[in-house]
Ligand binder design. Sequence first.
Ligand code: SF4
Ligand code: SF4
Ligand code: SF4
Length: 468
Amino acid sequence: MVCVVQVEGDPSFVPSCGTLAQEGMRVRTNMPEVLSARKAAIELLLSEHAGDCEGPCRVGCPANMDIPLMLRQIVAGRLDLAIQTIKADIALPAVLGRICPAPCEKVCRRNAHDAAVSICLLKKFVADWDLRRFDSYQPRCEPHGGKRAAIVGAGPCGLAAAYHLAQQGIRCVLFDKNKSAGGMLRYGIGEAALERDVLDMEINQILTLEHIEFRGGVEIRASSFESLCKDYDAVFVATGSDKNEFGLEMTNKSLKTDPRTYQTSRSNIFAGGTAIGRRRLCVRAVADGKDAAVSILHYLRGQNVVRADKRFNSRLGQLAEGEMEQFLAGAEKGLRCPARKEDFLTLEAMVEARRCLHCDCGKADDCTLRKMAKLHQARQQTYQGQRKPFIRQVSNSGLVFEPGKCILCGLCIEVARKYANDIGLSFSGRGFKTQVAVPLGKVLDEALTREAAEKCVEICPTGAISKS
Ligand code: SF4
Ligand code: SF4
Ligand code: SF4
């Protein structure tokens, strides 16, 4: 019923997929009542849905790093890819690998079985490996597009903002009252917790990026701040204190900061990190820098400065009895772990990364249900339905079947009929218990030819059928 429409002259809703078009028919698709009926249909589907779009670890990471993907890349021995995944969201991973209290591990699903996956140590392992390499990873920077940003404060927040802005072709000049960059990382954390050579190397990676310039030992006072505002297209205040020498108090009435966009009441000035409130976690400051960079970019491109678009996120919640075993079985099968490269130096890390239960969905970036939920601003909690059990079957060929995510559209059954061998797929059970099943007690690999399996993965609108 997600496709309901109203035909003029008939007050009821009809599903468009089951209604024949007729000469002169006038169809209403975007009336408020139609949209609200569609939203209700989606919310009903979500109320029984058994799946996490993103793993709990990623949701718990203030920088929203794609942790499960990093872990799969480590298992595959692809540290070169793992560092790219990490650095897409975290500008200073070797540093954070040493000082972050790892909120992601506190919410790791594996805690309920034995202990959390050592996410933070694995991130440190990859970042250290990369720092030691001759050609360490440096992200590609777009050519300079003519815009310039001044960043006041070269601590974790300012460095992160520069790191992400430079990649978009924004020229960034970082000002700091201290001679060296690093802020509280250098002047607030002892060497025992954070080795200076690691700090220096990682900061140097940022400062040597194209479009970034560092000017240390420069005090920005009220008059020089006003000059910056005139000379640069945008100014980002990341001073590590909400009271600045240049006479601005970021949280007071004279210069309000929108905590969602980091834009202040003077539209060309942005503020983040401790400049707008206490940041207990360094990763929070790094995340602020990344998110503020998105807003600054919107502003510089003349677009609306709006909060970074949050995707819909289905949550599995508490596991029922027996569901942990489903996750463990998937992990045991090496779910979504492509063939590994022989590299015994990384063996321990691979073994640890293999403990991941892959809580994230195989179709997280390509799920119609997720997209529709976002489009209609649907909530999962509107209807307190009984959710389906979480079941995960991984076939030898790498096909993953999770019936708890199935919306019973029947498309895979059609595909199987067209492309598969004699067995195919069918619906079994009734009412709430209806599900797609392989008849005759056979397994998926027996029911579907390779071609049929590929088509099913492609056509399934959710993560019910995916590929490992
Ligand atoms: S099937 Fe779609 S809505 Fe469900 S968990 Fe996967 S991505 Fe999220
Ligand atoms: S088991 Fe893996 S995917 Fe699940 S929360 Fe832990 S690290 Fe994340
Ligand atoms: S295509 Fe996917 S959602 Fe549709 S019935 Fe098959 S498994 Fe379920």
